[in-house]
Design a protein around this ligand. Sequence first.
Ligand code: ARG
Length: 464
Amino acid sequence: MNKLWSGRFAKNTAEELELFSESISFDKRLYLFDIRGSIAHAEMLNSIGILTDEEKVMTVKYLNKIEDEINSGNFDFNIKFEDIHMAIESRLIHLIGDTGKKLHTARSRNDQVSLDTRLMSLFEIDQIILLLKQLRYTFVNIAKDNLKTIMPGYTHMQRAQVISLAHHMMAYYSMFRRDYLRLLELKNRILDEMPLGSGALAGSTINIDRQMVSDKLGFRNVSSNSLDSVSDRDYVIEFNSDCALIMVHLSRLSEELILWNTKEFSFINIADDYATGSSMMPQKKNPDIPELVRGKSARVIGNLVQSLTLIKGTPLAYNRDFQEDKQSLFDSVDTTKSSLSIICALLENITFNKENMLKATQSGFLNATEAMEYFIKKGLPNREAHHLIGKAVAYCIDKNKQLEELSIQEWEEVSDKTKTLIGSEINDILCIENCLNARNSYGGPSPDSMQVAIDKAIKELKQL
Ligand code: ARG
C-alpha cells in the first residue's frame, strides 16, 4: 500500500517503523470529528472554486458514507494508513478517485489533528459537564434531607466543631461547581481559536476562507498565528489538568467515604451491590469503588505530568512528539467520566448512620468555640476567652465531664473571671443542636444558612 506522502521515497517504510509510529490504533477515536472537519473544509474549498459544486456534493456524500462504514464496523483501520486522517482520506480517494485527491488542498495533518482534538475535547467537556451536574444534584439531594443531621467537622482529623451532613455535602458541591466553571472557561478558550488553514506551519498561498470553516464548525474565531496553531497543545494540558483536579476532588471524597465506612467511624453503610467481598476473608465487605477512584486519580495526575513534559522541550512548530498527547488525554477523559458516574451511583447507594454521627459530636469538646464566643459576647477579649475555655476543657478532662455539664459553681472554680459574666443560659447554648443552629454566618452550617446555599445551588443547576 503506497503512502499518500510516498512520492519522494524510493523504498517502502520498514514494517518496524510502521508499527512504531502508527497512531490509528488509538486516534481512530477522532473519526467523527475528522469527518466533520473535512466536510467544512470541502464546503470552503467549493466556495473558493477548488471543488466544483458537483465535486463538493460527491465529497460530502462519500465522507458521510465513510462515517456509516466506521459506525457499522466495516472500515479497515490498517496500521499502514498511519493515522485516522490518512485512513479516511485514502478511503475517500478509493471511493471517488481524483475528486478525493483535492480534499487535502491547503491543509496538513498538523492543523487537521489540532482541529480534531479540539472538536473531540469540546464534545467530551460537554459530557463531563453533564456528569458533574448529576453529581452536584446528588450532593444537593443528600443535603436537602440532612439539614439537621449533626456530625463532627474535623481539622487535622481531630473533632473540631459541630457541622451538619448537609454542610459537608455542600462543601463537595462547591468543589465540583468550580470544576464545572473551569471546564466552561476551557471550552471558551478552545472555541476562540479554529486552527484549520494553518497548514503544516505557515498557512497557504491559496486564498482560503478560514472564517467560513470556523463559522461552520461553531468556533468564535480563527487562530491568529499559524505557527502557534499547529504547535499549541495548551488545551490538551488544560483538559488533563481539569480532569486531574476533578479526580483529586473525587479522591478526597473517596478517602472520606472509606474512613466513614470503617468500623471505627461507622458513619455509613454501602449497599451490597456497590461493595465487594474478599476472596479469603468471608466476613469482609470492602469499599472498592472509592478505593479504585482514589487509585485511578494517580493515573490522571500522571497524564497531566506526561502532557506537560511532552511539550516542554519542543521547538516551534509541529513535532511528531505531539502524537503522544492523545492516549493520555483519552485516558484522563474516560477515567474521569467513569469515576464521576460510579461515585454518583455509590452516593445514591449509601445510608448514613445518623446516630453514630451525632454520638461522635458528644465527646471531644466540639462546643468549646461556642463557649469561647459566649464569653466574647459578654465582653471578654478573644484571647482571654480562649485561655479561659482552655482551662475549662482541662478541668473537664480532669473531672471526666463535658463542657455543657459544668455547673455555674464549677465555671467559677475554673476562673473567677466567669463570675460576673456567666448566666444559666450557658448550658443551653452549649447543647450540640443549638451549636449547629447558632452557626448562622453566611456559608456556615446552620440549617438556615445551608437552606440558602441549597436554594442557590438548585437555581444554578436549573440554569445549566
Ligand atoms: N498522527 C499525527 C499526530 O497525531 C498526525 C499529524 C502527523 N503530521 C506529520 N507531519 N507527520 O500528531
